[in-house]
Write a protein that binds this ligand. Structure first.
Ligand code: B12
Ligand code: SF4
Length: 524
């Protein structure tokens, strides 16, 4: 095969960014897989141009070079940006490939806009695409390995991409690493609930940490494991072997059930400075938070004690909540969250609006069956700008009133000062204050709430009585996409929100394309 010019675009942001928090943090949110795909393409003998778009680059200039194949990595919120860019490239004769969370969640929609859409991706799957590299239009080809890859290229092979990305982060520089995929838990709303837990080689982790210590002084590693620390002792031994105390810092997403006090002592000794546990709900998912059958205020007290213990060892703690779960009704869940915030002033709360991301999770099939999923454009699906599931126990006005109220309570005024006082270290304090004060959630969600009263189109759309997207959302997208709006292909704004239900096995994906070998058709 001839040497190909390959461009890899990691869309961390969906459009131009301005806010200080974005400037500080966006480069630290880069994904591992675009770098991995870059390393694989180089191993296969190709020339790679890697671009991490954080919202501050001139995309036109960054993407101007010669390209035979364009790989785009996108979360659903960047889907329309990705579709528009793919359209521009395809017009120039370039073959385009999509990977990442959007590809895993919405393959049937993505195949309308890309020549290839990749699910689980290993080196053989990338090689397949590069060898085939045929425009597949109007329906792209779905390519997926049978399972998550057993190994990934090490830090040394990814370093040139990492270096270019962290150079864009002015203060904290977070280097992405991963030691495991999948998860042993089965939270029904999660993309990994049906993906087997699979650790990667611990010797590779040792090697990568040693390499990184040779490159940066006291680097911060962000673990991208869906649930870090499941094989806790193996992880800690690997870190202890390769990174003596004080030489590195780490941030990870981990469930509370894994954060016992002995574990916390070891995490602190090994340089862990940030932990992001999921609490999700006061009425369900007790296995994750290690609260068993406790619910309501009893769960609040136990989780708060636990998180305060975590904060004695780890300076930055972000607690994740999902708003709008079916187990929630009335004021109680929101009031309980307020009690939690009062009792746990040092933790930064992150609220996600319940979102059914296509075929990501088993729960989504039930929601589609019940006719509760709304066709909000992917652009708004970031667990903040839209909730595409009609809540079971709230009408929309009440839900938005309560969501705005809890967010305002958490991110403005007294709570910000109490957090500042409770936090340790300049870094955590700065991050938490900048993040809370630059958040636009309250403003945006209050606007939606007002429009629910003032604009009948909004009401009808939210209640599932109309699929015509209200002007408020159209204008917002048009403004944010800028010149890319014009490049959006016809039909790329909306999607079939019930595609999973129409084809639960996923075998109908891209029916018009060349047959896909059975072993490459698995859908997570
Ligand atoms: C780690 C993580 C993060 C980290 C790192 C993010 C990052 N840039 O990768 C942080 C904390 C920064 C984060 C932030 C966010 N996250 Co997040 N995150 C995860 C998590 C827990 C693990 C993802 C992961 O890396 N897995 C390991 C990799 C190796 O496996 P994988 O993702 O399955 O990828 C495979 C294939 O998809 C493919 N692939 C992946 N990328 C690419 C790229 C290319 C080019 C190709 C060819 C293939 C390919 O290859 C992999 C191997 O088979 C998932 C939930 C989960 N349990 O999976 C949520 C998840 C991905 N996040 C989610 C969301 C919504 C967000 C935020 C928008 C939250 C917010 N409101 O701010 C932000 C967006 C950040 C961004 N960059 O745009 C959603 C995405 C849903 C969607 N369809 O968009 C998920 C699925 C959680 C959920 N709610 O269900 N997240
Ligand atoms: S513990 Fe986290 S990663 Fe695991 S299934 Fe639940 S939400 Fe997903």
């Amino acid at each position: 095969m001839r040497r190909l010019h390959i461009t890899i675009l990691d869309l961390v942001n969906k459009g131009p960014a301005k806010r200080l928090f974005a400037r500080l943090m966006n480069a630290n949110l880069a994904s591992i897989m675009p770098q991995v795909v870059g390393a694989w393409c180089e191993e296969l003998g190709h020339r790679v141009h890697y671009v991490c778009y954080t919202g501050f680059e001139d995309l036109g200039r960054e993407l101007a070079g010669e390209t035979d194949i364009l790989f785009v990595s996108a979360f659903s919120r960047s889907a329309q940006t990705a579709y528009a860019i793919s359209n521009l490239y395809r017009k120039r004769g370039t073959v385009t490939v999509l990977g990442g969370p959007h590809a895993r969640c919405y393959p049937e929609d993505a195949t309308r806009n890309f020549d290839y859409v990749m699910g689980f991706t290993d080196k053989a799957a990338v090689d397949d695409v590069l060898r085939d590299r045929t425009p597949h239009r109007p329906f792209g080809r779905w390519v997926s390995a049978r399972r998550q890859p057993a190994e990934l290229p090490g830090m040394a092979a990814r370093w040139k991409f990492i270096e270019r990305t962290i150079a864009k982060a002015p203060a904290f520089k977070v280097v992405p690493m991963i030691g495991s995929m999948g998860c042993p838990y089965t939270c029904s709303f999660c993309i990994d609930s049906a993906v087997d837990y699979q650790p990667l080689a611990f010797d590779r982790i040792r090697e990568d940490l040693r390499f990184l210590r040779g490159k940066l002084a006291r680097p911060i590693v962000g673990w991208h494991d869906p649930n870090f620390g499941v094989r806790f002792n193996d992880y800690m031994s690997a870190i202890e072997d390769a990174a003596p105390p004080g030489s590195m810092r780490f941030v990870a997403e981990s469930s509370l059930s894994l954060l016992s006090e002995p574990h916390l002592k070891r995490l602190r000794a090994n340089g862990f400075v940030g932990i992001l546990p999921g609490i999700e709900s006061w009425f369900e998912l007790g296995n994750k938070s290690h609260t068993g059958s406790k619910v309501g205020i009893d769960k609040v007290r136990q989780v708060s004690d636990h998180v305060n213990t975590v904060l004695r060892y780890i300076p930055f703690v972000q607690t994740n909540f999902v708003l709008g779960l079916d187990s929630d009704a009335g004021a109680e869940p929101f009031e309980l969250t307020k009690r939690f915030l009062d009792l746990t002033p040092g933790a930064y709360p992150a609220f996600s609006l319940l979102t059914a991301y296509g075929r990501a999770a088993p729960l989504n099939l039930e929601l589609q069956r019940a006719g509760r999923v709304l066709p909000f454009p992917h652009f708004f699906l970031d667990s903040n700008h839209a909730m595409n599931v009609q809540p079971l126990n709230y009408d929309w006005a009440e839900f938005y009133d309560r969501a705005v109220d809890i967010t305002r309570y958490a991110l403005t005024g007294r709570r910000v000062w109490r957090r500042l006082a409770a936090n340790d270290g300049v870094g955590t304090r700065l991050l938490n204050v900048v993040r809370a004060t630059s958040s636009r959630r309250v403003k945006f969600q209050s606007r939606v709430r007002r429009l629910l009263d003032a604009d009948p189109d909004m009401r009808r759309f939210f209640q599932g009585e109309s699929t015509r997207l209200p002007d408020f959302y159209v204008e917002r997208m048009r403004k944010s996409l800028g010149p890319l709006w014009e490049a959006l292909p016809t039909g790329a704004l909306m999607h079939d929100q019930n595609a999973y239900l129409a084809d639960p096995t996923g075998y109908g994906i891209a029916p018009q394309s060349a047959p896909i070998p059975a072993e490459r058709r698995r859908v997570a």
